[in-house]
Design a protein around this ligand. Structure first.
Ligand SMILES: [Zn+2]
Ligand SMILES: [Zn+2]
Length: 329
């Protein structure tokens, strides 16, 4: 049972890290900075001054400046999962007679994901500049609640557009600002939200197919070994069928790396699927993450969303934003 406890601890740690990373990557950078500040106050007296300065500098760069840390982490995790899949799951499945189409599907999903990931990282999200400001001003009207007339961005020195926001990390205003995503090291706005949605869909799909193939492999191994029919002798000397926990433990001891990879992949899938569903809900109701967050924290319970124009118009706004129609990249 020790291995199962270890495995459950591993899953709990993975889940906690993912939740923190997702939360940190969205609206909670100030919250994260506050936590770091409090932790520094508590452990500060026992840590050398130079180390504190170095950590603060590193965290400042991580939180407030564009950097490649999460891009690299993203790729390292992917290499770890696909390395294990290619090294063990793939050859074992071939031996068991799995079809090539199902085994190659994770690689096809990976190619699709890499393409949309690249577009998210490199495409302009909708940066507002003096040259396109006048054009973009006409796209959305001010709702008078979240967005009001005559406010000026002190950094860009331009009148703030409805549905825009100044990104402190990228240091410019973004049209139809959704959020700054550390995983793609770019803002998500009017011009790249469609790529971001496709990136989420392919990423969730990738986790789903890797998980499905791996589960299928483990089930087949368990069936071939007759594990479900196995019995053990209990303290009273009776023959009792082994339970699901025994089967999982047995598989864990036989294929530890595959089980670790599967645990991580399944957790990733459920979190990503939830996050993707949330973004599709935002598309259907024509809200950005930024607006949803502001509505949630607003004291006004029922705020009319004037940008909601029906499902088809809302989807069209994502697929073909007015910025693109006007020749703005
Ligand atoms: Zn600005
Ligand atoms: Zn940004």
């Amino acid at each position: 049972m020790d291995f199962l406890i270890l495995f459950l601890i591993y899953l709990a740690v993975c889940l906690s890290c993912m939740v923190i990373a997702i939360k940190f990557s969205r609206q909670s950078q100030e919250c994260f900075a506050r936590i770091v500040h409090h932790v520094t106050l508590v452990i500060g007296p026992v840590i050398p001054r130079w180390l504190q300065v170095a950590v603060q500098l590193a965290l400042h760069r991580l939180i407030h400046q564009r950097n490649s840390f999460f891009l690299v982490l993203h790729l390292v995790l992917e290499v770890a999962v696909y390395g294990e899949y290619s090294w063990e799951v793939f050859p074992y499945c071939l031996e068991l007679g799995f079809g090539h189409s199902i085994l190659l599907l994770p690689y096809i999903m990976l190619l699709g994901k890499m393409y949309f990931f690249y577009l998210c990282c490199t495409r302009d999200p909708g940066t507002i500049s003096p040259s396109n400001h006048k054009q973009l001003l006409r796209v959305f009207t001010y709702d008078g609640i979240l967005y009001r007339h005559a406010r000026v961005c002190p950094t860009c020195e331009l009148v703030k557009l409805a549905r825009s926001k100044h990104c402190r990390v990228c240091n410019h205003c973004v049209h139809r600002f959704d959020h700054h995503c550390v995983w793609v090291n770019n803002c998500i706005g009017a011009s790249n939200i469609r790529y971001f949605l496709l990136y989420l869909v392919t990423l969730s799909g990738m986790a789903a197919v890797v998980g499905t193939v791996t589960v299928r492999f483990l089930v087949q191994v368990a069936l071939m070994s007759n594990l479900p029919q196995a019995m053990y002798v209990n303290a009273e000397g009776e023959h009792v069928p082994v339970g699901i926990l025994f089967i999982v433990q047995k598989l864990f001891l036989t294929f530890p790396r595959i089980l670790f990879m599967l645990g991580f992949t399944l957790l990733t899938f459920f979190l990503l699927a939830g996050y993707t569903a949330f973004h599709f809900y935002l598309v259907m109701t024509n809200q950005t993450s930024n607006e949803w967050y502001k509505h949630k924290n607003s004291c006004q319970c029922h705020i009319d969303n004037i940008y909601h124009r029906g499902l088809i118009a809302n989807v069209k706004e994502i697929i073909s934003p007015e910025t693109v129609q006007q020749g703005f990249r």
